[in-house]
Design a protein around this ligand. Sequence first.
Ligand code: PGA
Length: 256
Amino acid sequence: MTSRKKFIAGNWKMNKTSADGVTLVRDIVAAIGKQADVDVVVCPPFTGLESAAAALEGSNVKLGAQNMHFEASGAFTGEVSAPMLRAIFATHVILGHSERRTYFGETDEIVNKKVLAALKNQLRPIFCVGETLAERESGATLKVIQAQIERGLEGVSKEQAAGVVVAYEPVWAIGTGKVASTAQAQEVHAFIRGLLSNLFTDAVAQKVRILYGGSMKPANAPELLAQKDIDGGLIGGAALEARSFVELVNAAIAIK
Ligand code: PGA
């Protein structure tokens, strides 16, 4: 199949106390902590990061945050920065999730600043893009995705770009139980890879992992993950229980 290693990330959103998070992480580590065929990342809320890092120690499962500020420090009440995340062993950060864009006013320009700050601090962005239902129904999907990709990755160098993980998450499929059809998802993933090839190089585009997100579950994952340009998943609801998350990782291992 492809030479890209599959990538499964769990986006816990605003769920789990740090104690509940440790329980979940322990169960995940016990089941798949040693496998190295698929990259696995868990993204607890800020309050659970440090305890999750301790519970992940010695395993192959990596730690990601769900957001960060683009400045390194300063008078930004309520925010945390890339160096702070690095200091507690986070390796990844979800940026530009549609919930951040919709509820917290994040524009492409803000997301771009965050992407650049993450890369400068050796944090790998899981950079999210996706169209709303109205945009899909009006035929604007590819135009919307193109604008988000071009603006969000502005100023990223070729060398940095290969380390970015892109997540395609149709907004209408997030938390709704409505999953994009494999054809709909593959079409957008291939389009994104083409854009990356134009923006950087074809070699870079072939290296970037492009995840699908939006109601991915053990039942629909094998078909989605078998698509040529779908390199993994950004998982919300199904990442909150060890059993379903581990099943998703195993589905990716089976395909790798
Ligand atoms: P979902 O969320 O799997 O619950 O649809 C995915 C996401 O928002 O990252």
